[in-house]
Write a new protein. Structure first.
Length: 244
């Protein structure tokens, strides 16, 4: 299920963008919830507790312009897709700092808008079994399974190490680590070689009886008594990837 936020201070433009987005999602057979915001402050307040997959932003808005909104989004969400839809061509260069997917000029060309959404949907990994909402001190962060290299349970928090060399640390979790990682372990990519670690086998570079070695030299211990089961799980996974 896609979560899409649209922010435009012009009610007519906001309604039009929502209509185009809904029309595309129906044609693409993609499930989506579209959230509409007339003021950037309302969107930013919402972002404190919720994270969206796609942001469609006007640039010239009261108090906070769309580029500043994009910067605020990027402080806690590197993977979200941002589209700018604006009357002003002069902000295109400035918008690059937020790494937008596209910069569209109004009046919006529907086919160009649809092409942009098609590209975004093809890039997103939003199946409910392949993303994980993580509560951090900064708010909720949605992590794609594909970007998680491993996670470690430490002092009642979970540290996620990601493919871009950053890490995300949860708030103190309620319940056990086992419960926290249930959705990950149900995915064939993940294995638990140690009581405090989970590894994404797509990012393993080598392993021996004592540890997995991942990208960037990250190592994860393997409990001796679980070595055979972990080895077999890893080898089965490698073989499954080779089958047509």
């Amino acid at each position: 299920m896609l979560d899409i936020a649209i922010c435009d201070d012009d009610p007519g433009q906001l309604a039009l963008l929502a209509e185009y987005t809904s029309e595309f999602m129906q044609a693409d057979h993609s499930e989506a919830v579209i959230h509409q915001f007339l003021h950037p402050d309302d969107l930013l307040i919402s972002c404190e507790s919720h994270q969206y997959h796609i942001y469609i932003l006007d640039i010239v808005m009261p108090m906070v312009n769309g580029i500043e909104v994009g910067k605020a989004i990027r402080e806690h969400d590197r993977s979200a897709m941002i589209i700018y839809a604006t009357n002003e061509p002069g902000f295109a260069l400035q918008s690059f700092v937020t790494n937008p997917t596209n910069y569209l000029l109004k009046p919006i060309d529907k086919q160009q808008f649809f092409t942009t959404l098609e590209l975004i949907v093809s890039r997103l990994d939003i199946d409910s079994g392949r993303t994980l909402p993580v509560k951090t001190r900064e708010g909720i962060r949605i992590l794609r399974f594909s970007e998680i290299m491993c996670c470690e349970y430490m002092k009642h928090t979970v540290i996620y190490r990601l493919t871009d060399r950053t890490s995300v640390t949860t708030k103190v979790i309620t319940g056990s680590f086992t419960r926290h990682i249930t959705r990950m372990i149900e995915d064939v990519r993940f294995v638990r070689p140690h009581v405090s670690f989970v590894v994404n086998m797509d990012h393993v570079e080598s392993f021996d009886r004592n540890r997995f070695t991942l990208r960037y030299g990250i190592t994860v211990p393997i409990v001796t008594r679980h070595y055979r089961a972990v080895r077999d799980r890893y080898m089965d996974y490698l073989l499954s990837k080779e089958r047509p």
